[in-house]
Design a protein around this ligand. Structure first.
Ligand SMILES: [Zn+2]
Ligand SMILES: [Zn+2]
Length: 448
């Protein structure tokens, strides 16, 4: 009996392995026949970048492509805090019977950067920013690789419909760079007008080797808050400090006191950053000004650490001003930007499952555990408060393995995201790896 059971178990195991292998070669076949179009689409998108909140043409293209593949498409999803900004979010649904709902996200926006890659399809686009200044535009964060691989993933999954069940929810998100697009889509009824997903998947281009992917279990990227502090004083003549309350000196003390939050108020085991990125006040050598403006970026992983950082910033700003004798009616004004980015958190159980799929699909040597970063992104909004919906987010490499090895050998860093040289020199392995990885993850979560 035991022998027979073991035999059956072994057969079962064998069938699973054979099915997984067959599925993976099926993806390879479909991907091979799509690769030329995938690369062509990428080059077209790369040459035609659009700034955050202005993704009109990119979103229309995504919608048209998804519709042609049989997805139920809704356009112009997104309600921003700022009035008058159009939400260019797109949702494509493919319903395939009872089963889990899986959200796959790709972001569409580009950056005000003048491209210097020298690639034949480099962007020459110029446009006006919100302040009316002419700026160059470039896909300097690789969102073009996200969209191109997303559309091919959409096609392969539509062709492989017999192998999965449930609802596939493809989300093309605007305004990731300005941190607002994901929130705008959720605020516009993403989970009431459409099904609420059981799982979230997202990827991002990164300066590692093309053909590889990387991920971090748990906290992957930090939350980001922008804080504006207006330090108010009593201005006067530079020769008569006794008749004034000098906001420049108070601001200087605030900047130094803020440094003690991370070092003295937050556990050394909880990563956190408080950076004063901008300080402006005064007009001339001999005038003590009325005001100084500070602009801060604040990063952390855990929600309670974020709360403690923000509370401490306000307390310190007001406390230092009070100590300097600034009257209460002129206490510093501390403004927290409503559009913050939550931390990107990879659900541990889902990450273990997805990590195993990636290793099986791409090979163990192509999957690395990346280092967590204090950079931010707004993918976390799709998970709602306290990571209610489990998500998995991973990096795909853009540079050739030779470039990565050379950089390691010489210590000269490769161009980072947002640099005028950040683009895959040969996009094919980056794109095909993105498609293969994402398609396999979806098929695993939705398998029949
Ligand atoms: Zn970016
Ligand atoms: Zn990005």
């Amino acid at each position: 009996m035991i022998g027979r059971k073991l035999f059956l178990a072994a057969m079962c195991c064998l069938t699973l392995v054979v099915t997984a292998k067959a599925q993976s070669s099926k993806i390879d076949d479909l991907l091979n026949s799509e690769t030329a179009k995938l690369v062509e689409t990428y080059k077209m998108l790369h040459a035609a970048p659009e700034l955050s909140g202005k993704e009109e043409k990119t979103s229309a293209f995504v919608a048209k492509e998804l519709r042609a593949l049989g997805y139920e498409v809704t356009e112009r999803i997104g309600k921003y805090d700022q009035p008058g900004v159009i939400g260019y979010g797109v949702v494509g649904l493919l319903k395939n019977g009872a089963g889990p709902t899986v959200l796959v996200r790709a972001d569409m926006d580009a950056l005000p950067v003048e491209e210097k890659t020298g690639l034949p399809y480099a962007s020459k686009v110029k446009t006006k920013n919100d302040a009316g200044q002419e700026v160059s535009v470039m896909h300097a964060c690789g969102h073009d690789t996200h969209i191109a691989s997303f559309l091919t993933t959409a096609k392969i999954l539509a062709l492989l419909k017999s192998q999965w069940k449930g609802t596939l929810m493809l989300v093309a998100q605007p305004a990731e760079e300005t941190i607002g697009g994901a929130k705008a889509m959720v605020n516009d009824g993403l989970y009431t007008r459409f099904p609420k997903p059981d799982y979230l998947l997202g990827l991002h281009a990164w300066g590692s080797a093309a053909g590889t992917v990387g991920y971090v279990p748990g906290y992957f990227m930090a939350s980001a808050d922008s804080v504006d502090i207006t330090v108010r004083g009593v201005g006067g003549h530079g020769s008569r400090p006794e008749a004034t309350k000098d906001p420049v000196v108070v601001a200087a003390q605030i900047v130094m006191a803020l440094q003690t939050i991370v070092s003295r108020e937050i556990s050394p085991l909880d990563p956190a950053v408080v950076t004063v990125g901008s300080i402006h006040g005064g007009t001339k050598h001999n005038i003590i000004s009325d005001e100084v403006h500070l602009q801060l970026t604040v990063r952390s992983y855990k929600a309670e650490v974020r709360k403690n950082l923000l509370t401490a910033i306000e307390r310190i700003a007001k406390g230092v001003a009070l100590t300097a004798g600034i009257p209460e009616r002129l206490a510093p004004i501390v403004k927290f930007s409503p559009s913050y980015a939550p931390a990107t958190y990879n659900d541990p159980a889902l990450t273990a499952r997805m990590g195993a799929v990636l290793e099986k699909t791409l090979g163990k040597d192509k999957v690395t555990k990346a280092d967590p970063v204090m950079g931010s992104e707004d993918f976390g909004f799709f998970g709602l408060d306290n990571h209610q919906i489990p998500g998995f987010y991973f990096f795909i490499g853009v540079f050739s393995p030779e470039q990565v090895a050379e950089s390691q050998r010489t210590g000269v860093p490769l161009p980072s995201n947002h640099s005028s040289s950040f683009a895959p020199p040969n996009p094919e392995p980056t794109l095909t790896t993105g498609v293969k990885a994402m398609t396999s993850l979806v098929l695993d979560l939705m398998k029949k």
